[in-house]
Each structure stands twice: as structure tokens, then as C-alpha cells.
Design a protein around this ligand. Structure first.
Ligand code: ATP
Length: 365
């Protein structure tokens, strides 16, 4: 198995920079997820790893070997795409066997490995069917079978679950994570779905506009987002941001609709911030408690809309011009316009510089 590394990798299409000077390690045997909104460069980075796209600059290593100029067929990599790309006229057995047949592997060996792969993926009963006789989930498993039968050094997966319905997607992501763990193959997985990214990743890489914004364990990225983009992108719904200024004398954050006494540990962290007049108070929906009476340190608001989700209720609150989402208990029923008071948990408070969008203070340990 192999560690994969990219060093100062850039890809330009004409004047447009799709991948901008990325340096990154994909640890051996781990599942790294590249996540970001559409057009951020994830697929281009994956295609450069695969050898399907040339780099404009930088180096790519698989194990100790520099591969930037090694053609795709000479890299021991298998790729799974969003479109299953199965051969429609071939049975499941033939589709899975295809990479071994192309390498002229002996017949008995092919038979043994197809059966072993089908067993792993629960496809044994379907080996003689054609792709059109399969469900979307089954087709995706055949595509995965065709990738794993080669026993590659690295798996590359580009949105492999996006054609499946929501429920199947949730099941398949768990299955895929378990399969990756069992096979222990270094895997790079691309998705724009933050929930998929959080649940599947050993290592999470958040990208935007061709750049690497943050890298870490999923829980680390969720708890310690370094920029407003990451804080807004990771988590569902994402973090709320309320424009405010810091009144040093009073030790409070002030906006047009609230005055929030800042816990002392957060005040200290703001000391070095050049412009304390343009800040963003960041707080996740799950870190806001909603009260029906004012308490010290609360922010007043009114209920804008309430959405019942079953396990919880999601409130959208109007706080001046801001809309703030708060996740509260399943049984909370509040009418539109009800006055409420928001209590941010100190550990959940993040403060960002509104200009640079960088984190400047955090209530988390
Ligand atoms: P998506 O999730 O929509 O696939 P992505 O994050 O994978 O998005 P890429 O497909 O890597 O993004 O594209 C990154 C940028 O590079 C986009 O602006 C895209 O338009 C551009 N791009 C990608 N391929 C080409 C190409 N062959 N020629 C010109 N521009 C390209």
C-alpha cells in the first residue's frame, strides 16, 4: 500500500486556475475526502492523481515514486466515477473481470477473484445479470468491484454515490467506508456533500477556488474551523454569522440588535485584532439555547419560521437584519413572531475578522 503526496501542484486551463499550488499528503491506508462546492477543483486534483490530467506545475508521488509524467495506465490506481460506466452488453461477472482480462490474467485466477469480489460486495446472486437488470446501488457496487479486483495501490472515487437516492446513499457510504477499512487501500474520495465528507473521512480536506483551506480530522475541522467559509460549509445547517464590533471598555460585542457580554477568555484573544469594529460572531445552530425570557448574556430575537425535523426542531430567528438558525428539542412548538432570547454556549462561540474571514477568537478549549 502507499502514501500519496502532492507538492505545489497547480493546474491552469488557459487563464483559469483550477488547482492553485496545493501541497498535501494522503496517508497510507486512510480515506481522505476532498470536499468543497462545485468548481473548487476537487475533480481536477483527482484527475491529476489518476494521470488523466497533466499538472501545470508541481510534483505527485505515489509511494516514493514521482508520477507527474507517468501515464495513467502505468499508475497502480483504480478509479470509481459518479457514472458507473459499466459495459451494458457484458454480464456483472464480465464487467468485474474486465481489468484482469485486459491484463491477460489466467482464467482460473480470474474466476476465483471475481467470486471473491462478488462475495465481498454481496453480488454473488447477480453475477449473470446485465447492468440494465440492476438497481442503481447494485450497479455502483459492480463499478466498485471492477475497481477493487485489481488490488490497486490507490483508489480514487469521484462522487461515486451521487446518482443514488438519499436513503441508499446513506447506507452505501457506511458500506463503502467499511470496505475501505477492510481492504486498507489508500483512498481519495471527492464529494460536494459535507455530511458524506464528515462521516466517511479519516482525513478531511476542504477546498475553495482551487485552494486548500483546511485539513484535519472531521471533528477537528467541525470544532475548529479557521475561516468563515469552512465554518459555513461544514455542519448542517452551517454556522451562523452575526456582524458585530468589540467594545473593549465594556467587554461586550455590540451589533444593531444585541449586546453580548463576552466571556473573559474570549476578550483576551481579541486583544491583538487590528480592526475590532468589523467582527463576525459565529455560532452553530446546535450551540444556541433558546429561552422565552431574557437572561444575562442572551441575544433577543423573534421566531421567523419553525421547521419540525422529527428528532429536533430547527428555528430560524430574526435578530435585527440577521437570520439565525437554532436547533432545539423535538417538542418545541413556537409561533411565528414569538419573542425569544438566544443563549450561545461559551464553548460554541467563534469570532472571525469580517475583513480577512479568519478565526480570531474561540470559546473551544
Ligand atoms: P464539481 O463538483 O462541479 O465537479 P469540482 O470541484 O470537481 O466541481 P473541477 O471539475 O475540478 O471542480 O473544476 C475546477 C475548475 O476548472 C472549474 O472552474 C472548471 O470550470 C474548470 N475546468 C475543469 N476542467 C476544465 C477543462 N477541461 N477546461 C477548462 N476548464 C476546466
Amino acid at each position: 500500500m502507499s502514501q500519496v503526496r502532492v507538492r505545489n501542484v497547480t493546474k491552469r486551463f488557459g487563464n483559469a486556475t483550477a488547482v492553485d499550488n496545493i501541497t498535501l499528503e494522503f496517508p497510507d491506508r486512510q480515506l481522505t475526502v476532498l470536499v468543497g462546492s462545485s468548481g473548487c477543483g476537487k475533480t481536477t486534483l483527482l484527475r491529476m492523481l489518476a494521470g488523466l490530467e497533466e499538472t501545470t506545475a508541481g510534483e505527485i508521488y505515489i509511494g516514493d515514486k514521482e508520477v507527474a509524467h507517468v501515464p495513467a495506465w502505468d499508475r497502480n490506481i483504480a478509479m470509481v466515477f459518479q457514472s458507473y460506466a459499466l459495459y451494458p452488453h457484458m454480464s456483472v461477472r464480465k464487467n468485474i473481470a474486465f481489468p484482469l482480462e485486459a491484463r491477460r490474467t489466467p482464467r482460473a485466477e480470474i474466476k476465483r477473484r471475481v467470486e471473491e469480489t462478488a462475495e465481498i460486495l454481496g453480488l454473488t446472486q447477480l453475477l449473470d445479470r446485465l447492468p440494465r437488470q440492476l438497481s442503481g446501488g447494485q450497479m455502483q457496487r459492480v463499478a466498485i468491484g471492477r475497481a477493487i479486483i485489481r488490488r490497486p495501490e490507490v483508489f480514487l472515487m469521484d462522487e461515486p454515490l451521487s446518482n443514488l437516492d438519499a436513503k441508499l446513499r446513506v447506507n452505501m457510504r457506511a458500506e463503502l467506508k467499511r470496505l475501505q477499512r477492510d481492504l486498507g487501500v489508500t483512498t481519495v474520495y471527492v464529494t460536494h456533500d459535507q455530511a458524506e465528507a464528515m462521516t466517511m473521512a479519516d482525513q478531511l480536506v476542504v477546498m475553495n477556488s482551487g485552494r486548500l483551506l483546511q485539513i484535519g480530522y472531521p471533528e477537528e475541522v467541525y470544532l475548529h474551523p479557521q475561516t468563515t467559509f469552512v465554518a459555513g460549509f461544514i455542519g448542517s445547517p452551517g454556522m451562523n454569522f452575526l456582524p458585530a464590533r468589540f467594545d473593549k471598555q465594556q467587554g461586550v460585542l455590540v451589533s444593531d440588535c444585541f449586546t453580548y457580554p463576552l466571556p473573559v477568555e474570549l476578550r483576551g484573544q481579541l486583544a491583538g485584532v487590528a480592526d475590532q469594529s468589523k467582527l463576525l460572531l459565529g455560532i452553530r445552530p446546535e450551540d444556541i439555547q433558546v429561552e422565552l425570557a431574557p437572561l444575562p448574556g442572551t441575544l433577543s430575537a423573534t421566531v421567523y419560521i419553525s421547521e419540525v425535523l422529527g428528532k429536533e426542531t430547527l428555528l430560524t430567528l430574526a435578530c435585527g437584519q440577521n437570520r439565525v438558525r437554532a436547533a432545539v428539542g423535538a417538542l418545541v412548538r413556537l409561533d411565528i413572531g414569538t419573542p425569544v432570547w438566544m443563549v450561545p454556549s461559551v464553548a460554541g462561540v467563534r469570532i472571525f475578522d469580517a475583513g480577512t474571514e479568519a478565526l480570531v477568537a474561540s470559546g473551544a478549549c
